[in-house]
Design a protein around this ligand. Structure first.
Ligand code: 5GP
Ligand code: ZN
Length: 118
């Protein structure tokens, strides 16, 4: 069973922010912003490559509820899902990083020179 499935099953503790029948939101153990919450479907999905539109519809409503709950909906936030090797995905259970609570940086994401790809 994967790490996040163990969190869903309460075999590993997590600091849960919001939960419903199908989705779970908990604080990232290694926060990269004042607010750094992970949202996951309770049913295991490897990555964004495999997720269905139906699950994404539920995830969208869940994230919208979460950002209101933690009061970052008007100040702003970022939603990120890392996919695969180049995306830097470490945990192979679909998750969305919800980052906020301060002005976020927006910088080069790779050492490759973007001009080389124009
Ligand atoms: P990824 O790199 O796969 O997009 O993100 C995985 C995230 O899970 C990382 O930000 C990492 O800090 C977080 N993480 C890894 N292990 C745990 C854990 O046991 N508990 C919690 N709450 N977060 C974790
Ligand atoms: Zn899983």
């Amino acid at each position: 069973m994967c790490l996040f499935c163990k969190i869903v099953n309460k075999e590993i503790p997590a600091n849960i922010v919001l939960e419903n029948k199908n989705f779970l939101a908990f604080h990232d153990i290694n926060p990269k912003a004042p607010v750094h919450i992970l949202t996951i479907p309770k049913l295991h999905v490897d990555s964004f490559n495999e997720v269905t539109g139906e699950t994404m519809a539920g995830m969208t409503a869940f994230i919208q509820e979460l950002v209101k709950e933690v009061e970052i909906d008007t100040s702003g936030y970022r939603v990120i899902s890392n996919v695969g090797d180049n995306g830097g995905q470490e945990v192979k259970h679909l998750h969305f990083h919800i980052l906020g609570g301060a002005k976020l940086k927006w910088d080069h994401f790779s050492d490759a020179d973007p001009k080389d790809f124009l």
